[in-house]
Design a binder for this molecule. Structure first.
Ligand code: KIV
Length: 258
């Protein structure tokens, strides 16, 4: 049975943890889906992981839609979420409606993700949910604000912690079905998770969230550089480099094809 936004909220109520991974193409999406992942996020980390940009800012809506469509084609069960990229939703509510609408209409996503909780973003979440577009929020470290926040942990002071808690509550009240908590202290994530009725999905936010997300390239060991909170389950880069090396040698020694 396919994963729905309603199911995710039921899982929170039942204490069933939610597993989320990112994907950028059909093959990876199909692998994650068949392994039983609950949510596939076409994160704007696509910018650094697959497109070679130095941060997430340059990735365009067209690029996100192209990759989201490929992910949707490879997915049967998981909920597919398209991360709206920088400047595809911040300028106006009309722009956000058009971008989010295209993610569902043209790329087959079932929801979109937006970063932040400013009054404009909250109005955008309200509008999108009012017209039937499910929205995932994202607070704490928000990489689209890298030039304001850097990549350091957020919410370490009491004041900033309280601000992030209030942002999570506001995003929930605006209608989001779930919220990413990125790089905040574990006790703050636990407090938010207790206070909001929607599932919290943590990344670098400790073990008390309703679910966890990782960038799949980090999990598989494909990234050259990764955040300190990521866990590498496999060194695919090393294994793949060895396999490619064997192929090169066999071609040069005329052993392939046999
Ligand atoms: O872009 C992304 O991959 C993300 C996750 C790290 C949450 O936003």
């Amino acid at each position: 049975m396919s994963v729905t936004t309603r199911k995710l909220i039921e899982w929170k109520q039942q204490g069933r943890s939610i597993a989320v991974l990112t994907a950028w193409d059909c093959a990876i999406a199909n692998l994650l889906d068949e392994a039983g992942i609950d949510i596939i996020l076409v994160g704007d980390s696509l910018a650094t992981v697959a497109l070679g940009y130095k941060n997430t800012l340059p990735v365009t809506l067209e690029e996100m839609l192209h990759h989201t469509a490929a992910v949707s084609r490879g997915t049967k069960r998981a909920l597919v979420i398209c991360d709206l990229p920088f400047l595809s939703y911040q300028e106006s509510i009309e722009m956000a409606v058009r971008s989010a609408g295209r993610a569902l209409k043209e790329a087959g996503a079932q929801a979109v993700k937006v970063e932040g909780a400013s009054p404009d973003i909250l109005a955008t979440i309200r509008k999108l949910t009012a017209i039937g577009i499910p929205v995932m929020g994202h607070v704490g470290l928000t990489p689209q604000s890298v030039y304001q926040l850097g990549y350091k942990q957020q919410g370490k002071t009491e004041e900033r912690g309280e601000q992030i808690l209030q942002e999570a509550i506001a995003v929930t009240e605006a209608g989001a079905f779930s919220i990413i908590l990125e790089h905040i202290p574990s006790d703050l994530a636990a407090k938010i998770t207790k206070q909001v009725p929607i599932p919290t999905i943590g990344i670098g936010a400790g073990s008390h969230c309703d679910g966890q997300v990782l960038v799949t390239a980090d999990l598989l060991g494909l990234s050259k550089k990764q955040p300190p909170f990521a866990k590498t389950y496999l060194n695919l880069r090393q294994i793949a480099t060895q396999a490619v090396g064997e192929f090169i040698n066999e071609v040069r020694e005329q052993k392939f094809p046999h």
